[in-house]
Design a protein around this ligand. Structure first.
Ligand code: HEC
Length: 161
């Protein structure tokens, strides 16, 4: 048998058993499993409804994250705050997805965190989100006061809210 006729036979056998059909269908419906979604997609699914696609938020209601969210990482308690704020802590995303999303968010929105900053890890998210903030405004105000005193940034995280 020539290689070409062997290939034809294999093709005929595959069609007969339906193998080709199933594999092409499997490809057509190949949506990623929950853990495979990119942080950007998770942001679109869980966060942008309030924070908007570009992170700019809604005046008077939802803080702008762009060029702002990373500032919190420069003061004590800020790292925890970004996990414990209700939007982050109470989403449907897993601990691993949330850690990845926060790392992506800080990098994408900026400003850059201190050099000593270490990426969020799932076990940390797991622990912190259990104690999510029922009254985030209180801690937020304290952190902003700390940032004001620190004077590292011209403006503390946004004044929108
Ligand atoms: C229902 C609207 C809503 C959704 C959905 C939401 N957030 Fe928020 N987010 C807010 C509001 C409002 C604040 C200000 C603090 C507060 O009052 O909760 C905030 C604050 C934050 C902060 C702190 C920034 C600051 O300036 O205080 C981070 C970080 C954050 N959200 C991340 C996320 C992430 C990540 C998601 C998605 C997993 C998300 N949020 C989903 C409304 C939302």
């Amino acid at each position: 048998m020539t290689p070409a006729s062997r290939a034809r036979r294999r093709l005929a056998a595959a069609i007969a058993t339906g193998a080709l059909f199933t594999s092409s269908v499997a490809k057509a419906v190949d949506v990623p499993a929950a853990g495979d979604r990119s942080p950007h997609v998770n942001y679109m699914l869980s966060c942008q409804g309030c924070h908007l696609p570009d992170g700019s938020g809604q005046a008077g209601r939802v803080p702008n994250l762009r060029g702002e969210v990373g500032k919190f990482l420069w003061v004590d308690g800020g790292r925890e705050y970004l996990v414990q704020v209700p939007g982050t802590a109470t989403s449907k995303l897993s601990d691993a997805e949330t850690a990845e999303l926060l790392n992506w968010l800080v990098k994408t929105m900026g400003p850059p965190p201190p050099q000593a900053f270490r990426a969020y890890v799932p076990s940390e998210v797991s622990q912190l989100r259990r104690q999510w903030l029922r009254n985030p405004g209180e801690l937020r105000a304290q952190l902003i006061a700390r940032l004001r005193a620190d004077r590292r940034f011209d403006t503390p995280p946004n004044t929108v809210r």
